[in-house]
Ligand binder design. Structure first.
Ligand code: CA
Length: 224
């Protein structure tokens, strides 16, 4: 699973990263609420693991914003206090589960496994940019009436770009979101972009996928 861990306490963040990596998960760690929020909003994770008390934006704010954007990724909150009010607030805002610190790693792993089994609440969302549409329920992609067949990675890249249509996504954030780590060959992203462009923009169709030199990529309908 791809898990986003938002935890400001370095020792705890490192413990979580190491423990969950050993369990076979791909971990991205954000050290403050703002970074966590922007990753949670742009990236496709299988699980969000959120500390409540965070600088920048607290865990509740992240849950609220993520759910407001119809992102249904399971959320597990880590709360330092055994305060029932905190727990209720978190669940009320759309978190799926919580764990009170200190916790045992066995307990954490069990919760992570169960969140993964539950998966996101099935709520197919259709994304659309100009005549390009992507159905997150069926994973069907169409340009007008033309079906577009994508590999898993191409789909992940396109979904991310469509979710952030009109915004430039940096190369680094794309790589981090799609692969879960920055350790890919230099030209891999460009190769995928070429493939994706070839499939999404057939000859004669208006351009949607824009390269922003020195920065990254953006999906946007050409202004007419
Ligand atoms: Ca904290």
């Amino acid at each position: 699973m791809r898990i986003l861990v938002v935890e400001d306490e370095p020792r705890m963040a490192e413990l979580l990263r190491r423990g969950l990596t050993e369990e076979g998960h791909a971990i991205v760690v954000a050290r403050d609420g703002r970074e966590g929020l922007s990753l949670a909003e742009t990236a496709s994770f299988d699980l969000l693991l959120l500390d409540v008390m965070l600088p920048g934006a607290d865990g509740f704010t992240i849950v609220r914003r993520v759910r407001a954007r119809q992102i249904q990724t399971p959320i597990l909150m880590l709360t330092a206090r055994d305060a029932i009010r905190d727990i209720i607030e978190g669940l009320n805002l759309g978190a799926d589960d919580y764990l009170t610190k200190p916790f045992s790693f066995q307990e954490l792993f069990a919760r992570v496994r169960s969140a993964a089994r539950r998966g996101p609440i099935a709520q197919p969302v259709s994304l659309r940019v100009a005549d390009l549409s992507l159905n997150q329920g069926t994973r069907e992609v169409r340009r007008g009436f033309r079906p577009v067949t994508l590999t898993r990675t191409e789909y992940a890249i396109l979904e991310l770009l469509m979710r952030n249509a009109g915004r430039v996504l940096s190369r680094d954030s794309l790589i981090e979101s799609v692969w879960g780590h920055a350790d890919i060959e230099n030209n891999t992203l460009d190769a995928f972009m070429r493939l994706l462009r070839g499939k999404v923009e057939a000859p004669g169709e208006p351009k949607l996928l824009h390269t922003i030199r020195g920065v990254g990529f953006m999906l946007r309908a050409e202004e007419s």
